[in-house]
Design a protein around this ligand. Structure first.
Ligand code: F6P
Length: 364
């Protein structure tokens, strides 16, 4: 110890995610009960850091939040203090206002920050660490696409929601002899689709890591019909793309660290399949249902482990790192090594192999 930590700050950034409150709770409890520290939260992610919006986090403030979805600190997936937009002469110009964030941390008497987020949020965390702020990161995202950790919190909940959706789609698909396409989130990684597809008994799983051929998808469905199954379930990751084509973009969010929002591939596949196979087809976009609501028990435990570990890292003076899970054990990795290193599904990996072995098609 000996790094004179008396007060820590917590900030949640990027899209919300089941388990955020469990991390906030565990970090606050550990800070207060184990180390006798004071804890302050910044509201609304980096926007609140810029505006100096703080809230005291004590035992009362975090009482009852373990099963709550969302984040009691609120969040924003738009603000980047290193590239902050201003309107000037009818034009948008970008400036680095990160010094304001550093000043607000100092003025609040905060000695170290826990920054909970995905790649965008942790990139700014890394940049604040480069400016001398004592930062520890916590890996958050339903997409599970962060490097150097086996799993991010929120992923298990998203997979559970998608799996339940698949169970429900099965009964209606079978009753109507239809093809049901379920589009799930995940950005440019197919983790949610792969895991939910296996857990939910999908016939076809389409992921960004394995570009698909729609004729091959149709072949799988025809093969099932020949075997007497005149319904099929297709899980599509929002970032899936055809062999000769690109991802479907639903909108561009200006000022977001990652402005591209994916979405719409499920409907495209449903339309394309209807032309190739004589079965009615319907598309469901699961969307933000995957992010809202209470975390699974697994995510509550993982979030609690991460929150506690983040405070331990601070007290050990191991700044500029992100807590992680490696081989089932809590560990940590330098933020410098995590940032920009998207973790993707290995097309030759064990889980893809399991899926193929039990007859699931990847449309390739
Ligand atoms: O990163 C989490 C995530 O839910 C992605 O899966 C999805 O592509 C994106 O965020 C959606 O962002 P927004 O909430 O801005 O629509």
């Amino acid at each position: 110890m000996g790094n004179k930590i008396k007060k820590i700050g917590i900030l949640t950034g990027g899209g919300d995610c089941p388990g955020l409150n469990a991390v906030i709770r565990a970090a606050t409890r550990t800070a207060i009960l184990k180390y006798g520290l004071e804890v302050v939260g910044f509201k609304n992610g980096y926007r609140g850091l810029y505006l100096g919006q703080t809230v005291k986090l004590d035992m009362d403030a975090i009482s009852g939040i373990l099963p709550l979805g969302g984040t009691i600190l609120y969040t924003s997936n738009k603000t980047n203090l290193f590239k902050f937009p201003f309107e000037e002469d009818g034009k948008t110009v970008y400036r680095d206002v990160s010094d304001v964030g550093v000043k607000n941390i100092e003025e609040a008497g905060i000695d170290a920050m826990i920054i909970i987020g995905g790649d965008g949020t942790l990139t700014s965390g890394r940049d604040f660490a480069r400016k001398g702020v004592k930062v520890v990161g916590v890996p958050k995202t339903i997409d599970n696409d962060l490097a150097l950790t086996d799993v991010t919190f929120g992923f298990d909940t998203a997979v559970s929601v998608a799996t339940e959706a698949l169970d429900r789609l099965h009964t209606t698909a079978e009753s109507h002899h239809r093809i049901m396409c379920l589009e799930v989130m995940g950005r440019y990684a197919g983790w949610i689709a792969l895991h939910a597809g296996i857990a939910g008994g999908a016939d076809v799983i389409l992921i960004p890591e394995i570009p698909y051929d729609i004729e091959k998808v149709a072949e799988k469905i025809v093969e099932r019909r020949r075997a007497g199954k005149d319904f099929s379930i297709v899980v599509v990751a929002e970032g899936a793309k055809p062999k000769s084509g690109d991802v479907v973009v639903s909108q561009v969010v200006e000022d977001s660290p990652d402005p591209i929002r994916l979405g719409g591939i499920g409907q495209k596949i449903a339309r394309d399949l209807e032309e190739l196979v004589e079965l009615e087809t319907r598309a469901t976009i699961l969307g933000h249902l995957q992010r809202g609501g209470k975390p699974t028990a697994y995510d509550r435990i993982l979030s609690t482990r991460y929150g506690k570990a983040a405070v331990d890292l601070i007290m050990e003076g191991k700044f500029g790192n992100m807590v992680s899970l490696r081989g089932g054990k809590i560990s940590y990795a330098p933020l410098e090594d995590v940032i920009g290193q998207q973790k993707n599904v290995d097309p030759e990996g064990e889980l893809v192999n399991v899926a193929r072995s039990i007859g699931i098609s990847f449309g390739d």
